[in-house]
Ligand binder design. Structure first.
Ligand code: THU
Length: 154
């Protein structure tokens, strides 16, 4: 299995990963996060070179909102159902601050990423900022959710 890559600065990531992080950062500007003020942006790179972005979409009925990653993943599938997702980047910023703040994919997003990965039979690389402000490149959703629940169990 490929390994996790952890670097201390974004410039130490490969250029492709850095570009995707920048797209995710742009997307974050359109986050709808009036309740948490925690703005998240994500960008998914597809096998045909398209980049599909997403941002968190909150709701007055709190659980009805959706994370940035799942907005990007579901949009990608809606627009390009036959194109594989190669990688996804996640960025976050607290409202009123100018720097990015760490945000790693939540458990539900890992579960959805795993389903996408199994469906397309190819790993999805995940780029995100750790709580220690390092940048992590995870080789796959499976690496973030070992022993996860899949359709094999049904
Ligand atoms: N959120 C995301 O969009 N992605 C993550 O990886 C972590 C959390 C959103 C959900 C909610 O709108 C806000 O961040 C605070 O939890």
């Amino acid at each position: 299995m490929k390994e996790f890559i952890i670097v201390n600065h974004i410039s130490d990531l490969d250029i492709g990963a850095q570009e995707l992080v920048m797209k995710a950062r742009e997307a974050l500007a359109h986050a709808y996060a009036p309740y948490s003020n925690f703005m998240v942006g994500s960008a998914a790179l597809l096998d045909d070179g398209s980049v599909i972005t997403g941002m968190n979409q909150e709701n007055a009925a709190y659980p009805s909102g959706l994370c940035a990653e799942r907005v990007a993943l579901f949009s990608a599938y809606a627009l390009y159902p036959h194109v594989k997702i190669i990688k996804i980047a996640v960025t976050a910023q607290k409202r009123g601050e100018s720097e990015l703040t760490p945000a790693t994919c939540c458990g539900e997003c890992r579960q959805v990423l795993l389903e996408f990965e199994n469906r397309q039979k190819a790993p999805i690389e995940i780029i995100m900022q750790s709580q220690q402000h390092q940048w992590i490149k995870a080789p796959s959703a499976l690496s973030l959710l070992p022993f996860g629940f899949t359709n094999d169990s049904l």
